[in-house]
Design a protein around this ligand. Sequence first.
Ligand SMILES: [Fe+2]
Ligand SMILES: [Fe+2]
Length: 394
Amino acid sequence: MRRVGVILDDFDPFRFDHLNLANAAKEAHGLEKLIFVPLPLPEKKEKSQNHARIDQRYRMCMIGLMGQNSMEMIPYGLVYQAESALSLIRKIRRAYTDAKCFFILSAQALLRLASQPQFKGVRDSAFICWRTPDFKADDILSALMREGLDISVADVPGGLMADRDCRRQIAALVDPDWMDRREIAYIASEGAYLPDGKKQLKKMLTTHRWEHSLGVQQVSIRLALTYGGNILKVSQAALYHDCAKCMTVKEMRRIAEAHHLTASAEVLHSGALLHGPVGAVIAKEQFSVTDAEVLDAIRFHTTGRENMTLTDLIVFMADAIEPNREDYDGLERIRALSRVSLRDAALCSLYTTKKFVSSRGREYDEQGLKTIAWLEGTLNEQEKEWMKDIAKPI
Ligand SMILES: [Fe+2]
Ligand SMILES: [Fe+2]
């Protein structure tokens, strides 16, 4: 008879720990196949921003299982959302009559199931359970084993992180190294586990600006994947980068003066220059963004700055090249460059803006000039030659 492991968990979120657990169970029990079943959460949690929805957890699981041999998902938790875990176990047993199923779940989850009257219908199943650091009911587990339940304990090398700690790290925008980066990109794009500011932000922007912001977010996530940036940080900075853009200059000026953002009369009278620094204030005060790196990327997204961080550079570039951008001279060249060098693309983008501002008979912003000087200072002699050539037509 085939031996199949069925992992039942919240997977909130899915992470490498779950693969380690699956492999440990596979090895210890000679399992041929592992089936992952994300379970629906209680309704209140399912709707809470601190948790991911069942469809999102399925998607995360799917991403996490990409390229894994003999591991797959079945959609029972998604299709039978209203049903209990015990009911799902019964359904899975019926669907795999030709196999011996080993139900793999946390010790807490097993004890919860075992305390329900309907458990008697599945008590002849084989169970493999793992203990989380806060598990304190070894005596109950042993008692169930003495009663004849087929329970093995899986010890995962290095132990499992607590779900709550994973969610907290994501909410704090810590770049998780315990999860596939494609999954982080999905989480960032969905805004799962993060404060939900999208509805409020949409109300503050025109349709055009809203679509641009979403475009910048998607491109930022892609660039962070390419260049190894913090996906969660760039995604947040990109989403809110233009949050002040649709305010009147008068309103921006009021906020700038109240927060002593600048003493420059020129900046105080320019919406183009003010909306970055004012946006950082709005992001902090109205959207609860507290991360300094994210706030800086918002603050300097139009002009850049000396010693730009990778987060700054990614948001700056995504702003210039996102797909909804109206065409401008040099756009395709800048897009092409952004695939191989953020610095070169940023320089070309700044040259373009400088040229545009000069063509209108205005002085280019002082901060923008400093950024250009800083970026040029990082070029070696050969790169300076290339750059002259590349930037010439722009
Ligand atoms: Fe902007
Ligand atoms: Fe923008």
